[in-house]
Structures are given as C-alpha cells and as structure tokens.
Design a protein. Sequence first.
Length: 170
Amino acid sequence: MRVTELDRETAPAAVDAVFEGLSARSRYQRFHSPTPRLTASARRVLADVDGVRHAAVCARVGGDPIGIARVIRTGECGAEIAVAVVDRWQRRGVGKRLLEALTEVAARLGVAELHGDVLPDNHAMLALVRKVLPGVRLTGQDDTIQLSYPLAWAIAEITDADLIGSLQGI
C-alpha cells in the first residue's frame, strides 16, 4: 500500500473510485445522509484539492485507490478532517495510515486544530481517531459526535533545553 498526496489532476479519479467502493452504509457514515451517488457539485468540492486550503491523501494498492483522507481549512488555525476507505479494505490498517499521513500534511500546512463530525454508530471511526489521535476530545451534540484534536500534541518535540528550562522553574 502506498499513501500519496492528491492534487487537482489525480483527485477526480480517486474520488470516483473510492466512492464506488463504499457500500450504502459506508456512504451514509461518511456523508451523514443517504448518498446513492455523488452530485456534480459534491464531486467538484471533493476533487478541488489545492494543497493549501484543501489537501487530501490517497491510499493505493497496485495503483487502485482504496481510501482517501482529507483536511479542509475552516479558519485560520482549524481544519475539518474526513476519512473514507472502500469496504473491502476496511479494518486492515488503511484508515490508520491515511490519518497518520493526513496529520503530517495538516502540520505542514500550519493547521493547529483538527475537528470533525462522526455518527455515534460509526464505532470503527471513533476507535480509529482514539488510536491515532491520543487525547482527542469527543463531545456529543445533536446527532453527531464532534472530535477536536490540537495538532500540536502530535507534532510537538520536547528538547533537552525544554526540560532544563522547566526544571529551572521548580
């Protein structure tokens, strides 16, 4: 499996392939409503990756897209995340690899906080974010669970100087 960043040229075909590989239930859990097909406008939005405001990574096996994770800025410091893995590749570590790669991309873009909405019955996604984003805050609101994760927790490096400085304050 290879995970690579998508661009405007590679995104449309990957979006189509991953969407086609999702069952009705997986589509519902990803889009939070029955989504038998992608509308032209939804497809356009999902494929409109510019690497700054909207970035996405794609997992491929033998060149075939099997999953996409995306980060879309929602303000100066925050960004929404979403992950979709085709049904026949779910629960094989694809989502984990995608979410790990996505946090690296988000950090490179200067995103300070990741957030997203997960349906309460999407136990696999909730387990995934707990595993990959330790300390993620999950709060229930309406019909979804909101996740919030300060990205600095994932990318912070504590140096010897930081430790010495903190000890001098004691």
